[in-house]
Write a protein of this length. Sequence first.
Length: 251
Amino acid sequence: MAVRQADNVLRFFEYFAASQRPTTLTELSEALKLPLSSTSNLVSTLRERGFLFEVRKRGGFYPTRRMYDLTLSILDGDPVLGLVREHMEALREETGETILLAAREGDRVIYLEALESRKGVRYSARAGETRPIYAISSGKAILAALDDAALRREIDRLDYSEAAEASITDRAALFDDIVSGRARGWFLNASEYTPEVSAVGMLLDIAEQKYGLSVAGPNYRMQGRYEEIAAALGRVVAAIKSQIHETGAGR
């Protein structure tokens, strides 16, 4: 169950991320669907903590960079991202496509890092976004770490209500798809969630935590390159594991 006050704060910052302009108290109240009194209390608290300032008298409020600075400090201490980001950047340069690091979050995966392709036409995603675990390559890679019996149980109990038209929701077919990927060493999402987008994913095991690392891009660039991309992904996963072994970072 969501904690209402925390949810309100998160929606507050998401609103400014989308609008990117100063906003009055009344506009905030309407946008967040909160009573004016609750919105005023939220604004007062954030102003007192240095997260918000009034642009000018009755000219609206806008966040300061305090949240940005705190976020950077948090990311600097992230043991996974600190180890993996450099390798993700190299993989982006080699493949030319978007690179994604995901972790399991219930029946979904959450992107911990997303390095978008530098090309004009690309797959776009941001850290913090989630996807159904069964519908994307990194999610399949994480599921494949289960033994067959546990995998069948997971597939049987998953909620498929957010499935896209091309998602594999037949339980037997999904099991076969994941088992085939496990045998092959990499996993494929062939437009199963986002139309005209494919992704190749692989399991990344760090300190007994299961992550999915994937390369995603438009079908017209990805199709015909799956094995090539999987080979590049495999080299990066091996390099990360080797670095962990050498530095003891995963202990």
